[in-house]
Design a protein around this ligand. Sequence first.
Ligand code: ZN
Length: 179
Amino acid sequence: MADPSQLLLPIASRGEPILQQRAQEVADPHDPDIQTLIDAMLATMLAANGIGIAAPQVFVSIRIIIVASRPNPRYPDAPLMEPVAMLNPEILWQSADMVTDWEGCLSVPDARSPVPRAAELRVRYLTRYGETVEANYEGFVARIIQHECDHLDGVLFVERVENESSIVSESVFLKMTAA
Ligand code: ZN
């Protein structure tokens, strides 16, 4: 494998038009450019200490997300999972049951807010090897999937908040959520 540091991509910040567009479907998962993009998204996400990333965040308007839950101070019970690349993900069903909890975003630095999300969902996607998968997720992983799928439709988490005044800076977030 190539040196991962060579794969790091710039991250688009709030206000970039590409973050406001509907991204295009992946036509062929086996396209070498798609494989390279997935590796670069993964390296970029890990370098930024992220738990998910969507292709528009690295200036590519195409429907690929990576979901990579791991336990963290805010979500100590979050499952540790191998990062999963989901191509052309579709949320087939989501529960009426909603949960409101904190989110942040690599494209919206220094902002955190509680966001309501469906507690559970069913998603269909292509793997990077072109296999179709359908799976159910709940809790933190379901939250990441909803957040990343929103990026594919040009929506940022700050547009999902119930009250603008609930958006706080990182330092205030750390104070508010300190034990
Ligand atoms: Zn995001």
